[in-house]
Write a protein that binds this ligand. Structure first.
Ligand code: IMP
Length: 429
């Protein structure tokens, strides 16, 4: 039996969806543990693109147990739309389970996310405006509405009233907004409840049982370590913990059940939204990375900021999550680029650092110290074994492994599932 955690080792969008989908084939349960529809996973199967925001990536295997854990925040409109779409495409949803304890994103959360960002003006975080931050804030304030509340009109209405009360002032500009009408909001959410009722379950017990029965479980993360509310570049972060420890709290599994921890990282770096990004490239190389990597957000369509691989930050992600295998994606994007730079340290106010200091002011001033590596100027797209890779590309991978002190468990050379070099079987004892 094995519990394998898949997390982002950078700022999200590392290609976790493909990796999860790939190894889900041999897993018995896939469970998501944090984030919400701020995430967007793209999976390419036989030239068909599948986009998910909430549904776990294993859903394309008929009947596979796929759960949304308690740590996820769910926008039930997005969820039911996603279910309708999958059903229309003939996808078998019988394995889906939704935690009764997961919290819901309400219409006022989205309005508050918008209002909060507008108020911040130039200082805005660049959130996805999907209501993620306000939903987690209500969870912490014990004013959250949970999936189980959707099944009882009286409870639902009472809880919505209690949650909206302290927000009256902030919501005043939207007072006449039809989405905030208590009666229609209650009715809409009851309807969502009826539509997902068959999938609502005690996902913690399902996880325990799967692990007790010796089954293989994938804990699917969203976003990335540097967007972690505790360990990321605060305040330019999301409102959950995308690190591996969250796979336990976000599902109910015990930390000892997390046997294998894979961090997914691009062979370069991208970031969406504001915040420090020491290796960012605003020149033609950055442009080229964006074009070759199709670096546009799956949720908001925003252009992603692009830059060189930052080994210091990924090494930090390795430490925070106990990552024991790195899944390196999009190696092919670097094919025409020569030389290739890798960040091995920072210079801040005249001092050299081999880690990212916690001070936000220092982080904002971090200037990268680079090591230069030779580009390979050959095609690696679609490579399926090390024998298909040029020696210089292998050298690049080996140097990254050294710098982040973690071996590559997998290399991905295109969005197609078969264009993968699997170095390690995650479920091997
Ligand atoms: P929020 O999660 O919508 O509150 O956004 C907070 C920050 O996290 C912003 O910089 C977003 O661009 C970033 N973010 C949230 N989800 C993702 C993701 O799935 N990929 C990349 N960035 C994300």
């Amino acid at each position: 039996m094995a519990g394998i955690v898949i997390i982002g080792a950078q700022w999200g969008d590392e290609g976790k969806g493909k990796i999860t989908d790939l190894i889900a084939e041999n897993a018995d349960l896939v469970i998501r543990f944090q984030g919400g529809n701020n995430a967007g996973h793209t999976i390419v199967r036989d030239d068909v693109k599948w986009k998910f925001h909430l549904i776990p990536s294993g859903i394309l295997y008929p009947g596979k147990l796929c759960a949304i854990g308690n740590g996820v925040v769910i926008d039930p409109k997005v969820l039911t739309d996603e279910l309708d779409d999958l059903r229309a495409k003939g996808v078998d949803l019988s394995g889906l389970r939704i935690s009764a304890n997961a919290h819901l994103i309400m219409p006022y959360h989205m309005l508050l996310d918008h209002a909060g960002e507008t108020k911040l003006g130039k200082l805005q975080i660049g959130t996805t405006r999907r209501g993620i931050g306000p939903a987690y804030a209500d969870k912490a304030a014990r004013l959250g509405i949970r999936v189980q509340d959707l099944l009882d009109e009286k409870i639902l209405k009472k809880k919505i009233m209690a949650a909206m009360e302290p927000k009256r002032l902030a919501l005043r500009p939207y007072a006449k907004s039809p989405e905030l009408d208590l009666q229609s909001m209650t009715e809409d959410y009851l309807t969502y409840g009826h539509r997902i009722e068959q999938y609502i379950a005690d996902t913690a017990r399902i996880t325990w049982k799967a692990l007790d029965d010796g089954h293989d479980v994938i804990f699917e993360g969203a976003q990335g370590t540097l967007l972690d509310i505790d360990h990321g570049t605060y305040p330019f972060v999301t409102s959950s913990n995308p690190v591996a420890a969250s796979a336990a709290t976000g599902t109910g599994a015990g930390p000892k059940d997390l046997d294998e921890i894979w961090g997914v990282a691009k062979a370069y770096a991208t970031r969406v939204g504001a915040g420090p990004f020491p290796t960012e490239l605003t020149d033609a190389t950055g442009q080229l990375l964006g074009e070759r990597g199709h670096e546009f957000g799956t949720v908001t369509g925003r252009r992603r900021r692009c830059g060189w691989f930052d080994a210091v930050m990924v090494r930090q992600a390795v430490a925070v999550s106990g990552i024991n295998g790195i899944a390196l994606t999009k190696l092919d994007v670097l094919d025409p680029i020569d030389p290739i730079l890798v960040c091995v340290g920072y210079e801040i106010r005249g001092k050299r650092y081999d880690y990212l200091p916690p001070g936000a002011a220092l982080q904002a001033e971090a200037k990268p110290v680079y090591e230069e590596l030779e580009g390979w100027r050959e095609n690696t797209r679609g490579a399926r074994s090390f024998a298909d890779l040029p020696a210089k590309a292998i050298k690049y991978v080996r140097r990254i492994e050294e710098l982040i002190e973690t071996p590559a468990a997998l290399l991905s050379t295109s969005p197609e599932r078969d264009d993968t070099i699997l170095v390690k079987d995650p479920f091997a004892d």
